[in-house]
Design a protein around this ligand. Structure first.
Ligand code: TRP
Length: 331
């Protein structure tokens, strides 16, 4: 039997280069392997946990995210795309799983902790937000997913998933929930345009897959380099230099990047020239994606989702039946 792969993204905005190197690239590789059945979920319920007062923003981005998937080359014939809110069994499984996780355990989760700080929730994060990792465990386990292609920030979620799966199976004397593994890409984390923080839509430091050629250029030229590198002839720092981070991630030739690094360190390569090289690299990378995106027809997207929701629902119903019978809530 094929292994199931499940992953997803919050539709709080369009997808960006961080999504690409962190997770989309793994999905593109894995869709070529016949031993996996791939489920890709647009996590609108999870997106609502920190955007509950602007649901129209989430709704507007559901199909934008699907367009990004198709535009980067994820094939609807090789992946099942579905929308989280349309699979109501997820809510039921979340309810059962909530009993197995303590508030303190959630508060200690490093990813959640960082997000709570970033979103300035202080001591009183909304319960929905605090509990989204539990809903994410339901996402993974309801579909029997054994492999989860994600960025580095999701690793604590996978660890939590496996702990809770163990606990569930032990308490209810069953094996109906499966443990899973994270699948990390070569660059599981991309820093933002201005250094330090990771690329994140909410921090406004990202290049979207759908950005126009002018916007890409503007963003590249706003990138943080080495503040002590004032003249082209000065030796420059490569470590912590955002332009090099993006060149490492997107330039087709590592040898060329390595030559550029040598030259930059020695002195003789100016920031404007360097940024022009990165701009060309990203323009070449993003132009075909943008072109494919523009050709996508809305009715095709709706058909893809209808189909995917149906397929996802079939698995969901099977697992929830087993879960109910394990707990004894099957009358
Ligand atoms: N937390 C993921 C993100 O922020 C989205 C997500 C929701 C997810 N459910 C998932 C990822 C299940 C992997 C598996 O992008």
């Amino acid at each position: 039997m094929n292994k199931i792969l499940l992953t997803g993204d919050r539709p709080s905005g369009k997808l960006h280069l961080g999504h690409y190197v962190g997770s989309l690239i793994s999905r593109l590789q894995l869709q070529e392997k016949s031993e996996y059945d791939s489920y890709i979920m647009i996590a609108d319920i999870q997106a609502l946990t920190d955007n509950f007062s602007t649901p129209q923003q989430i709704r507007a981005n559901v199909y934008e995210v699907l367009k990004d998937y198709i535009a980067v080359g994820l094939d609807p014939k090789k992946n099942t795309f579905f929308i989280q809110s349309q699979i109501t069994e997820l809510n039921e499984l979340t309810t059962y799983l909530l009993n197995l996780v303590s508030l303190n355990r959630l508060r200690r989760n490093p990813t959640l902790k960082r997000e709570i700080t970033e979103k300035k929730y202080g001591e009183s994060p909304p319960m929905g937000f605090l509990c989204y990792p539990v809903s994410q465990i339901a996402d993974i386990t309801l579909f029997n997913s054994e492999i989860v292609p994600v960025g580095e920030d999701q690793i604590p979620m996978i660890e939590l998933t496996n702990d809770i799966v163990g606990k569930f199976n032990k308490i209810y004397n069953t094996n109906c929930l499966k443990t899973c593994m994270a699948y990390l890409s070569k660059t599981p984390r991309l820093i933002g345009l201005h250094g330090r923080a990771k690329a994140s839509k909410s921090l406004g430091n990202v290049i979207f897959l759908s950005d126009s050629s002018e916007v890409i250029k503007k963003k590249v030229f706003s990138m943080y380099t080495d503040p002590t590198h004032l003249r082209a002839s000065d030796p420059g720092k490569v470590d912590g230099n955002v332009v090099f981070v993006y060149l490492d991630a997107f330039h087709p030739s590592p040898e060329v990047v390595s030559e550029l690094k040598k030259k930059y360190k020695k002195g003789g390569l100016g920031d404007v020239d360097l940024k022009n090289i990165l701009n060309d690299t990203l323009q070449d990378f993003l132009a075909p994606i943008r072109k494919r995106r523009e050709k996508i027809v809305q009715s095709d997207l709706e058909a893809i989702i209808d189909n995917g929701n149906k397929k996802a629902r079939t698995i969901a119903q099977k697992t929830i039946k087993k879960v109910r019978s394990a707990i004894g809530v099957n009358y």
